[in-house]
Design a protein around this ligand. Structure first.
Ligand code: BES
Ligand code: ZN
Ligand code: ZN
Length: 480
């Protein structure tokens, strides 16, 4: 994990990431040799957005801060520029990079965030891990730019995001539901949140019919995971609950998915769970004064054993019955039980995160997350603001009754699919049935996993949602 610290000035051996608006700063000239100074001047003349000044054993990377009238957009452009700069530091095997700001607006934190996230690797399964590992270990921020508390918070946030990525990147051959629970316990110990795991027997006793139905095709048992961070100085009296879809692999079940471009990355179908676990980790490590509970129902979805079949009617944990017309709409089955479980907390607010529908991925092409629910307009707009700040943007979809009508069954209280139209919305309406508190649903199907590298988000598991919720909580606490 990349360490993010602060220091009072750098020394001559440090690799530098120098942030400037233009080469006009006299301070910059002091820092550079005459040759380097000419190089920077030439770079700007040629409209190059950055310029590398190599010395024998270190790099001074001058980053001309991109401009944009929208401040959130500008932050994102800066993060992306820093993510490009890291390639140079990797090439020269830099172990430490000091970020020095000469810009009018200080973007040190954004740059540190992008460097730390771009430095992430998932090497567990390579034979020659050591050779592949990036040398970069430390990102040092100028004390004059950033205080130690901010640097620490960023450290915890990037750790939580990278933990979420690793959970997503782990394949089913390792990450069964049982193993996911082991990982949650480990992370709870590291970060300080408490963990309780319900095993299959308990889940049966509780009659969590949705989770048990999806697990019927599996060769390994389901788990139901409860995490809690309850600091004494919590600002909220009723907990905020985070529910995450924990399908550790989705074959589609008997309604089998086609393999190509569809089933091959379904180890990422616990992306919602990864958001929740990564957020619990970051919030607890940063000791944010907010009482939160994480709920993760976990299983794989397979056609084996006594798999649930299209047409089956399932009695859910809430007592409602569901006619299963497609076993591939399994996420809502397990989430429904967790959403019902959440009621006993009398929660202030409940979020669920899920790689729920292909329709949501198609709608926003991975550029945003669809948002639905009945939480207060103020909460929604705070979420949307956070989304712009961290570039995990949200788009609200309607909750119109007509979409709920589409989920009515002839023989049960609900059916689990609503037809070809408005698939992301009907999925949300299904979930709504199991809520009785202020609630928001985030469909991250297009965001949890990237097939192509996407700047500091990287390739494969992205850890989406952790940065969003961390930002949301830090602001939400100020307002309660
Ligand atoms: N896990 C999938 C959704 C998904 C699709 C996630 C693409 C990530 C990328 C989910 O369980 C699913 O299969 N949903 C079906 C629902 C349909 C049967 C109503 C879908 O979207 O096709
Ligand atoms: Zn599915
Ligand atoms: Zn799924």
């Amino acid at each position: 994990m990349t360490r993010i610290t602060t220091a009072n000035g750098y020394d001559n051996k440090d690799n530098l990431l120098i942030l400037i608006d233009s080469p006009a700063s006299p301070k910059l000239q002091e820092l550079l040799t005459d040759d380097e100074w000419t190089q920077v001047k030439n770079a700007e003349d040629q409209k190059i957005d950055c310029c590398l000044l190599p010395e024998s054993n270190r790099a001074k990377f001058v980053l001309f801060l991109p401009k944009h009238e929208d401040s959130n957009r500008r932050k994102e452009l800066v993060r992306r520029a820093a993510a490009k700069a890291i390639k140079t530091f990797h090439k020269i095997k830099a172990t430490t990079v000091f970020i020095k700001n000469f810009g009018e607006i200080d973007f040190s934190l954004e740059c540190a965030e992008a460097l730390a996230l771009s430095n992430y690797q998932f090497l567990k399964y390579f034979k020659n891990k050591k050779e592949k590992k990036h040398a970069l270990e430390n990102i040092v921020l100028d004390e004059q730019s950033v205080n130690a508390a901010e640097a620490n918070a960023l450290q915890y946030l990037t750790e939580g995001t990278c933990e979420a990525r690793t959970l997503i990147n782990e394949p089913l051959s390792f990450l069964t539901a049982t193993q996911l629970s082991e990982e949650i316990k480990r992370m709870g110990k590291e970060a300080g949140f408490s963990v309780e795991v319900f095993e299959k027997e308990k889940i049966e006793e509780m009659k969590m019919g949705g989770l048990l139905a999806v697990n019927r095709g599996s060769f390994t048992p389901p788990t139901f995971n409860i995490m809690e961070w309850k600091p004494e100085n919590a600002k909220n009296s009723k907990p905020v609950i985070l529910v995450g879809k924990g399908i550790v692999f989705d074959t589609g079940g008997l309604s089998l998915k086609p393999t190509a471009n569809s089933m091959d990355f379904m180890k990422a179908d616990m992306g919602g769970a990864a958001t929740v676990i990564g957020t619990m980790y970051a919030v607890s490590k940063a000791k944010l004064p907010i009482h939160i509970v994480g709920l993760v129902p976990a299983t794989d979805n397979r056609p084996g054993n006594n798999a649930y079949a299209p047409g089956d009617v399932i009695k859910m944990y809430s007592g409602s019955t569901v006619e299963v017309l497609n076993t591939d709409a399994e996420g809502r089955m397990v989430l429904a039980d967790a959403l019902h479980y959440a009621k006993q907390y009398n929660p202030e607010l409940v979020f669920d995160f899920a790689t729920l529908t292909g329709a949501a991925a198609v709608l926003l092409g991975g550029q945003g997350i669809s948002l639905m629910g009945n939480a207060a307009a103020e909460v929604k707009s705070q979420m949307i603001e956070s989304g712009y700040r961290v570039h995990e943007r949200l788009l609200e979809l309607p909750m119109w009754d007509e979409f709920g009508e589409m989920m009515k069954s002839d023989i049960a209280d609900l059916k689990n699919i609503g037809g070809r139209m408005a698939g992301a919305i009907t999925a949300g309406k299904f979930l709504e049935h199991f809520t009785d508190y202020p609630w928001l649903h985030l469909d991250i199907a297009g965001n949890a996993f990237k097939h192509k590298s996407d700047s500091y988000r990287g390739k494969n598991g992205t850890g989406v949602g952790v940065r969003l919720m961390f930002d949301f909580f830090r602001n939400y606490m100020k307002n309660i």
